[in-house]
Design a protein around this ligand. Structure first.
Ligand SMILES: O=P(O)(O)OC[C@@H](O)[C@@H](O)c1c[nH]c2ccccc12
Length: 260
């Protein structure tokens, strides 16, 4: 079983537990009772040039503990002050040491859109994301059927949330497109074996029509990386570890933007 299967399996267990605390009907009712979102995440990615999605992540399955000290609100505020266009917040608790509260508090504090970075395996998690204040959710092609991608995309549309649809190879990118994805994220890290290859973005960019927003995710370390990804047509980069390990996040983000 791959780590992705384990993450998805555990997410299903988490949903079962969550439904005991608040039923599906109640979560849905609360989410639909909130003002509809304005698709602010995709708007933020539409600006000319490269957009930066900066990630709050305490740990990961490939790197273990990244930030023992995790002042998440300060980090999020630093990202915003440094000119991030959006913030990605891990809520997966077991491998990424995330929490729903991190997202809730960050979304209530910053004015840029927040992505709920989790392993969406049930509609419940989309309504929950809305209630937590997210502007976007992650849908991973490798763990969802085409029909689920379409259905979940429709729920996002109803709530005014954006869906970042993650693909790792050609077949997944085509599946995302057939399901109507407006934002496709290509994960440069293979979640099956953790190898990183930013050239993956180049191969897949060619398959994806220019009007579909393209996010290059993972393994971005330098301004040179960002420049290369921009040249291959990425609209945004999603950067976690490099920023999480930087003492001065503002300086690091400026460096990453530097060679543009
Ligand atoms: O820390 P990195 O290498 O900059 O990567 C960030 C982000 O892309 C990564 O956390 C990620 C990409 N896709 C995911 C899916 C689930 C959880 C996490 C991820």
């Amino acid at each position: 079983m791959t780590i992705l299967d384990q993450l998805a399996g555990y997410a299903k267990e988490r949903v079962l537990e969550a439904k005991k605390k608040m039923s599906f009907e109640e979560m849905r009712r609360q989410a639909l009772g909130l003002p509809k979102g304005s698709f602010s995440f995709e708007q933020a990615l539409k600006k000319p040039g490269m957009s930066f999605i900066c990630e709050c992540k305490k740990a990961s399955p490939s790197k273990g503990l990244i930030a023992p000290d995790f002042p998440y609100l300060i980090i999020a505020e630093e990202y915003e002050a440094a000119g991030a266009d959006a913030i990605s917040v891990l809520t997966e608790p077991k491998w990424f040491l995330g929490k729903d509260e991190y997202l809730k508090e960050i979304a209530a504090t910053v004015s840029i859109p927040c992505l709920r970075k989790d392993f969406t395996v049930d509609e419940y998690m989309i309504y929950e994301a809305k209630c937590l204040g997210a502007s976007a959710v992650l849908l991973i092609c490798a763990i969802l059927s085409e029909e689920q991608l379409r259905e979940y995309g429709n729920i996002c549309d109803e709530l005014g949330l954006s869906a970042l649809v993650e693909a790792h190879d050609e077949a997944e990118a085509l599946k995302a497109l057939r399901a109507g994805a407006r934002i496709i994220g290509v994960n440069n890290r293979n979640l099956k074996d953790f190898t990183v290859d930013t050239e993956n973005s180049r191969r897949l960019r060619e398959l994806i029509p220019p009007e579909v927003l393209f996010v290059s995710e993972s393994g971005v370390k330098t301004g040179e990386d960002v420049k290369r990804l921009r040249e291959m047509g990425a609209n945004a980069v999603l950067i976690g570890e490099t920023l999480m390990r930087a003492e001065d996040k503002k300086k690091k983000l400026a460096e990453l933007k530097g060679s543009l």
